[in-house]
Design a protein around this ligand. Structure first.
Ligand code: SAM
Length: 247
């Protein structure tokens, strides 16, 4: 999969993406990254890419022409690529969206800065508007790295078998169960006995129950959409009864 990122800070994206698992996947040729510096397409020789907002108000707005020129220079022949504009006004990013975007062979990403981007260039080139959460950051580079990381993990081959994302939070609509590794006892806290039993079915049931418990405690709304069987429902009911008894 190839990412083309239109940004004013290519070094942020390059550094962030070239570490660890995504860096390794780039070396293997599973992922490709191309950063286009929007400033290289500035309207004047001083490198200006922003201007005051029409109608007044605080801050500066990224101008349409440099972004459009950067985009035009990057796109190849053929159909227009999918381009995500990162914005707090977009649909909130989810694991489901990461899986969907990982199906693309090529994904363009536009990072805004200052007060944002002239709406007209977005109307022209953006196919998706995505937010990474209900808060405002100074620029789109960190959100781009978040999105690219989550999407990359869903590209076949990027995660090794040991790192496989199948069990992880949100993959089955639930939060993941708690994880433990050596030492066996840490500050007087032992690893749950069952995880050392070697009994795969019991371990799987314990993990599923802990997953249900954690989801119910922290993100109960996820349970409404999760696929639950009879045993899951019974376990959740037992949690309810425990709470009632305690009260
Ligand atoms: N004035 C904009 C607004 O109120 O919606 C916020 C602009 S923000 C200071 C500058 C840039 O950071 C945005 O253009 C966007 O690319 C990025 N950004 C900030 N918060 C974000 C978020 N939660 N998700 C995605 N991108 C974000």
């Amino acid at each position: 999969m190839r990412f083309t990122v239109l940004t004013l800070f290519p070094e942020l994206i390059e550094q962030g993406f070239s570490a660890s698992i995504t860096g390794r996947a780039m070396e293997k040729g599973l992922l490709e990254l191309r950063c286009i510096n929007i400033r290289d397409f500035a309207s004047d020789r001083y490198g200006h890419v922003d201007d005051y907002p029409y109608g007044g108000g605080a801050g500066m707005v990224m101008q349409a022409p440099p972004i459009y020129r950067a985009y035009e220079a990057a796109v190849r022949e053929g159909p227009r690529p999918r381009l995500v504009y990162l914005t707090p006004q977009g649909e909130v990013f989810t694991q489901k969206k990461a899986i969907e975007l990982a199906q693309e062979e090529e994904l363009y990403i536009l990072c805004g800065h200052y007060e944002g981007v002239d709406e007209r260039v977005l109307e022209e080139i953006a196919t998706d508007r995505i937010s990474i959460g209900d808060y405002v950051l100074t620029g789109g580079e960190l959100p781009a790295l978040v999105l690219m990381d989550a999407v990359s993990r869903m590209v076949p081959g990027v995660l090794s078998n040991e790192e496989s994302g199948e069990d992880e939070s949100f993959m089955n609509g639930l939060l993941e169960y708690p994880q433990y590794t050596r030492p066996e006892v840490f500050m007087g806290r032992p690893v749950p006995e069952i995880l050392k039993s070697g009994h795969h079915a019991n371990i799987a049931r314990w993990r599923r129950n802990e997953s249900l418990r954690r989801t119910k405690e922290v993100r109960p709304e996820l349970l409404e959409k999760a696929e639950l069987d009879k045993t899951d429902r019974k376990f959740l009911q037992s949690l309810e009864s425990d709470i009632e008894e305690k009260n």
